[in-house]
Design a protein around this ligand. Structure first.
Ligand code: ADP
Length: 394
């Protein structure tokens, strides 16, 4: 049988990212983005090799955008499309792996939507439109939370009354599972270790960021929790704060829940600390020019990241290496180096030249001689979603 093609779809509330993945190729055959859906400026962009194109889709909804992008994918696949893999943010406790989409799994995804009110309904929009448009294609949901369903109970329970867990699902779920899974497997390959006998700390650092401890191919702890707000400093998210901050702001400033939600999710993190930007590149440039807010934001980001990695090490019995991934992890030698300055007790130290070399998609080992392995591994969530989809087809 020739190598199969999977269309990977990631639906947001007003956007659809897509990629056509061939199982034998690391690069995508075609990939693109439909954005500003539902507005007069809606537009579809795509890229196939060096060729780039775009098409205005005024006022198009998810279904109309999918109807436009499918022929592009089918043509690129020369008619050989074997299935569709959908990214779904929250699978709750129901999904510990990918799931074929049918009436039962759709109902379960709807059921956990209160845990991810911004994300799951948008993911469902795309799934429902795609199922109507392509009823004959196998469609599969791949969940950001599923990889973390292997967390032991002492890692996933909050110290709150147990009825909140039993009756309302209040527990830590974790996110970015697709990426943590992909890069930890890749790291084992790069190190000539069996994935099921290897042990990793992972730092996925993008606009959203999280750490993870992966032992023998299973997530054992992770920094995000009930929602993707817990844990590290992120682009616009605060990460951990004192839970009493909510009542403090309500009491002293009279803020509503909505205002506090917006503050912690949209106005905080690197943006809030720097007063300048949520974008690490911009902050690194501003720091070079002596911008105090940018300098502080970078210091806090790295210190909090190192604290989280040290905490994650409690979940492991051995450490084969630390992995950096995501836009920041794959590109910022500065962030990698500043983070490791706080982690010398874990025998982590970088080789300056190797660290500088691993940017823009270059993978490799960057530790100094005689120190614990540190790897830069570009993530590829679309590929992992396609692999999970194919595994279900098999
Ligand atoms: P998302 O979580 O949206 O997928 P990405 O993984 O693309 O985000 O990461 C985006 C972040 O990566 C941004 O903060 C961006 O500034 C940062 N980034 C990208 N390239 C560089 C670079 N060369 N140096 C520092 N940061 C970078």
């Amino acid at each position: 049988m020739s190598a199969r093609n999977i269309l990977v779809i990631n639906c947001g509330s007003s956007s659809i990212k897509f990629a056509l993945v061939n199982e034998s190729q690391e690069t995508f055959i075609v990939s693109g983005l439909a954005e500003r859906l539902g507005s007069p400026e809606a537009v579809l962009h795509w890229q196939q090799g060096e060729y780039k194109d775009s098409q205005a889709l005024p006022n198009a909804d998810h279904r109309q955008a999918l109807a436009q992008l499918l022929p592009i994918a089918q043509q690129a696949a020369a008619g050989e499309l074997h299935g569709i893999g959908h990214r779904v943010v929250h699978g709750g406790e129901h999904f510990s792996g990918a799931s074929r989409l049918d009436a039962t799994s759709l109902q379960a995804i709807r059921h956990v939507a209160p845990l991810a009110p911004l994300h799951n309904p948008a993911n469902l929009l795309g799934i429902e439109a795609a199922m109507k448009l392509f009823p004959d294609l196998v469609q599969v949901a791949v969940f950001d939370t599923a990889f973390h369903q292997s967390l032991p109970e002492h890692a996933y329970r909050y110290a709150v009354p147990q009825a909140l867990y039993a009756e309302h699902g209040v527990r830590r779920y974790g996110f970015h599972g697709t990426s943590h899974h992909y890069v930890s497997r890749k790291a084992a390959q790069m190190s000539n270790l069996a994935y099921d006998a290897s042990s990793w700390l992972v730092a996925h650092l993008g606009n959203g960021s999280s750490t993870c401890a992966v032992e023998n191919g299973h997530s054992r702890d992770t920094s995000m929790g009930l929602t993707p707000l817990e844990g590290l400093v992120m682009g616009t998210r605060s990460g951990d704060v004192d839970p009493n901050l909510h009542s403090h702001l309500a009491r002293t400033l009279g803020w509503s829940l909505e205002q506090i939600d917006t503050l912690l999710n949209k106005d905080s993190g690197l943006l809030g600390l720097s007063g300048l930007s949520n974008d690490m590149r911009t902050l690194e440039q501003a720091r070079e020019q002596g911008h105090a807010g940018a300098t502080l934001a970078i210091e806090v980001f790295c210190y909090r990241l190192s604290k989280s990695l040290a905490a994650m090490s409690c979940a492991l019995r051995r450490l084969d290496g630390l992995i950096f991934t995501g836009g920041i992890g794959e590109n910022s030698a500065l962030i990698r180096s500043k983070t490791l300055e706080h982690l010398s007790l874990l025998n982590l130290k970088l080789d300056v030249q190797a660290n500088a070399r691993c940017i823009r998609g270059v993978a490799g080992a960057i530790q100094a001689d005689g120190h614990t392995c540190v790897l830069v591994v570009p993530t590829n969530e679309e590929r992992q979603i396609a692999l999970d989809t194919l595994a279900l087809l098999d």
